[in-house]
Design a protein around this ligand. Structure first.
Ligand code: CA2
Length: 145
């Protein structure tokens, strides 16, 4: 059975490509997901993608990963800066975790500089635009090979 990577996007990321292209770029979340699926498929892996604007749904999706996915690539959006619940869910997960931020959160407002998720992440990418998702996925692929 092929290995699976969960691709999780948090609040407002469903608006990718539709608003604020100067910060988040012109690609839609569907574009990003399709590229990640193609990259994973070429490496013999599966991707299960979800986006939610609700913290509890993200927590439950991470619970599902415990018996289903070998790695998680997650952009928790604004929950990065607030959510102990998502951190706790990731700490109860044994696989690889990569945190992605499209923008460089360290170059933005001070409240974005801290992420609760980073203390659990095996790697963190910020400021690589939407390419960050594929870079994180490439790292997962090489570690899972
Ligand atoms: O840079 C990132 O990827 C962020 O995780 C994006 C979050 C922000 O709260 C974090 O500080 C950094 C916001 C996501 C909002 O996404 C939108 C995309 C297009 C248009 C409007 C919002």
């Amino acid at each position: 059975m092929s290995k699976t990577v969960f691709l999780i996007n948090g609040p407002n990321l469903n608006l990718l490509g539709k608003r604020q292209p100067e910060i988040y770029g012109a690609d839609t979340l569907e574009d990003v997901t399709a590229r990640c699926e193609a990259l994973a498929q070429a490496a013999g892996l599966g991707v299960v993608a979800m986006q939610s604007n609700h913290e509890g749904e993200i927590v439950e999706f991470i619970h599902n990963a415990r018996h289903t996915a070998e790695a998680i690539v997650i952009n928790p959006g604004a929950y990065s800066h607030t959510s102990v619940a998502i951190l706790d869910a990731l700490q109860a997960y044994d696989g690889l975790v990569f945190e992605v931020h499209i923008s460089n959160i360290h170059k933005r407002e001070a409240f974005r500089h801290h992420s609760y998720i980073s203390s659990r992440a095996d790697g963190v990418l910020a400021g690589f635009g939407v390419e960050g998702y594929e870079l994180a996925l490439r790292r997962a692929i090489s570690l899972l090979a």
